[in-house]
Design a protein around this ligand. Sequence first.
Ligand SMILES: C[C@H](O)[C@H](O)[C@@H](O)C(=O)CO
Ligand SMILES: [Mn+2]
Length: 417
Amino acid sequence: MSLSIYESAKEQFGAVGVDTEAALEALDQIPVSMHCWQGDDVAGFEAPEKAGAGNGCVATGNYPGKASNPAELMADLEQAASHIPGPLRLNLHASYATDGSPLPERDELTIDNFRSWVDWAKEQQFGIDFNPTSFSHPKAEDGFTLSHQDAGIRQFWIDHCIACRKIGAAIGEELNSPVVNNIWIPDGYKDTPADRLAPRERLKESLDAIFAADVSKKWNIDAVESKLFGIGVESYTVGSSEFYLAYAATRQIALCLDAGHFHPTESVADKISAALLYVPELLLHVSRGVRWDSDHVITLDDPTTAILQECVTSGQMDRIHVGLDFFDASINRIAAWVIGTRNAKKGLLKGLLQPTEKLREVESTGDYTSRLAMMEDARSLPWGAVWNEYCARKETGADNQWLSSVKAYEKDVLLAR
Ligand SMILES: C[C@H](O)[C@H](O)[C@@H](O)C(=O)CO
Ligand SMILES: [Mn+2]
């Protein structure tokens, strides 16, 4: 009797010491946090017509059918999730508050303003992650928030971040799953600053005030995200990589590595082990930088695959949270989620299917010839057959089997909006 495609792949992996069943079991334990903002071009529900522009968050394109209210965004997320195997979380921004009329100002938000999301997450068996929204707001119009010269404006954003930490802890407790709460701010200058230090001093003070608020560490995991530059912030970013690496290390909070926030030739995969020696946890914003833009849908290109592989081969997966961060408005937004999220999971699977133990063994004996040979041979092992087996077990379409359903949803639902 001939073997199934999966059984044959299992044998080939077995021959190099890799147990595909163990890999699939491990993959099934790693949630990927899908970002709500891919569904509506980072518009949010406060004043969507004003959102997104400026502050370094720009979704380009005008593909029809974008979600413009909570019901549409939830339906689109469900459509995307139905084509993605394994555990998911929802990464929510504060500007996506659903409940309350009128909604309170951002510094007064509470979990009650996110009730619909919490109920939805329970239904979908999703965890939630959270983000203060320190952009697309009149108090962020000049591009400065937590490092603003004006103490009143700083205080507003400090209070917003504290409110978000409390929301995170409340959601985490209610869902019995800790919330990763990530602070990213747009602050910076288009042109060369005369004073590079003062804004960073102010940011440091603001962050210390935010993290001084008593919020459960059990249910809320604080993270900070650096950036190299943004549109209109080309010369100086207050929250640079060095700033936040040192901050996260000295405060023992999580560091967020956004793959689109570094010089194009830097390896983000290589930063994982270095940072984890000094910070307790990492949040990844898996993204793909293309020239000036940091937010393309992730493909299985070498740098992205390397990041995801490193997460698992490092043996530190329990200290790494995998989130996504891209926004593409030039293609079907649901397809963007599906392609990017499936790719994130494929990258993790490729890492789990590496003959890591054997590679380490030969490396430790100095046999770099065998290391290179084995690594290169591993590239052509049939990991796609293992992926398709996972999709079948999870009753989500294998590759080439989901797009027609997304196209049908586009025709029936998106184009009718
Ligand atoms: C919307 C997100 O908070 C944002 O993308 C941030 O994470 C970022 O990466 C900004 O460039
Ligand atoms: Mn990001």
